[in-house]
Ligand binder design. Structure first.
Ligand SMILES: NC(=O)c1ccc[n+]([C@@H]2O[C@H](COP(=O)([O-])OP(=O)(O)OC[C@H]3O[C@@H](n4cnc5c(N)ncnc54)[C@H](O)[C@@H]3O)[C@@H](O)[C@H]2O)c1
Length: 292
């Protein structure tokens, strides 16, 4: 259980959280934080995740939360999930989408030679699934006015990260869906946002080639350091709460300041010294930076 104190931000609120797999998952930490803040919710994941993960354990920790085995790329399964949720909970006040998967990343496929079947699957699982989820929630009249929908994103939607491959494209699509649905649902006071999180050591995160280096780089660049999954979860609870009623169609960075940083002297030093070790600094005629 998170050590953060409860502010009761989600007292009386009901929702569903898609994507907790194990303790490292961002969705798992969101579930713990939402429970701490007083929410009642269901947890959902695919069948394979129920076998390899520890979802039942999380459900127990969250007041015996109902668990729905559901593939978020399958309209029928989503339809049935929201039908049952409507029956059990009445309307929902929040939905969390914490889902992502790329077979191209798992197999280290270079961007230039992606497997197109896997590429389509990446887009479906990681982005279109949000569209399907909202669509099926609306179809079942399962969303309350004023509800908040949050999906997890990464800065590779805006900038190129060489090993993030087709997931960067999926995140760009995910953020576009957030804007498109956000504008359409605003009349009912329903908000739709993404939270763009620091690199986080989860199953999906650690599957990215050179994840450790990406993590370390972001850690050094971010003035506040990388945000943990638990810190992300605390932030997400505020976006699910009534305290953020006029925030919609946004991509909200939760990254220790990484997205606003340019150059820092310590980073320049590191780069310069590395170049010097290779004898390239002298050849380039660069002046020394510090302590030379
Ligand atoms: N880890 C990071 O560095 C990082 C950074 C920014 C954003 N994110 C995003 O956070 C979200 C959660 O990922 P995570 O890092 O916690 O990893 P994770 O592996 O714990 O969670 C990903 C989840 O997606 C689920 N999933 C895959 N296919 C599915 C399907 N068809 N239907 C339903 N669920 C499916 C998996 O079972 C898993 O539970 C993802 O959107 C990810 O891109 C992660």
């Amino acid at each position: 259980m998170s050590e953060q104190k409860s502010y009761g931000l989600l007292k009386g609120k009901r929702g569903i959280i898609f994507g907790p797999l194990d303790e490292s998952s961002i969705g798992w930490q969101i579930a713990l934080a939402a429970y701490r803040e007083g929410a009642q919710f269901a947890i959902s994941n695919v069948a394979i995740a129920m076998r390899v993960g520890t979802v039942a354990e999380l459900a127990k920790q969250c007041g015996d939360a109902p668990v729905f085995t559901c593939d978020a790329t399958n309209n029928q399964e989503l339809d049935e999930t929201f039908r049952q949720l409507k029956e059990q909970f009445g309307g929902l006040d929040f939905i969390v989408h914490s889902i992502g998967m790329s077979q191209n990343i798992r197999k280290n496929m270079p961007y230039e030679s992606l497997n197109y079947d896997w590429y389509l699957r990446t887009l479906d699982v990681s982005a279109l699934s949000l569209h399907r989820i909202i669509n099926m929630a609306l179809k079942n009249d399962a969303l309350n006015d004023g509800a908040s929908i949050v999906a997890m994103s990464y800065i590779a939607a805006q900038r190129t990260f060489s090993t993030y491959s087709d997931m960067g494209d999926a995140k760009a699509l995910l953020e576009a869906i957030v804007r498109s649905y956000g504008s359409r649902l605003a009349a009912r006071g329903i908000r739709v946002n993404t939270v763009s999180q620091s690199p986080t050591p989860t199953r999906a995160g650690s599957g990215i080639e050179h994840f450790d280096k990406m993590f370390e780089y972001a850690q050094r660049i971010s003035p506040l350091g990388n945000a943990t999954a638990a810190e992300c979860a605390d932030y997400v609870t505020t976006v699910l709460s009534d305290l953020t009623r006029k925030v919609t169609m946004q991509n909200l960075y939760h990254d220790g300041g990484y997205s606003s940083m340019g150059i820092t002297l310590p980073m320049l030093d590191l780069v310069f010294n590395a170049l010097k070790d290779e004898g390239r600094a002298e050849r380039s005629g660069l002046p020394p930076i510090k302590g030379e």
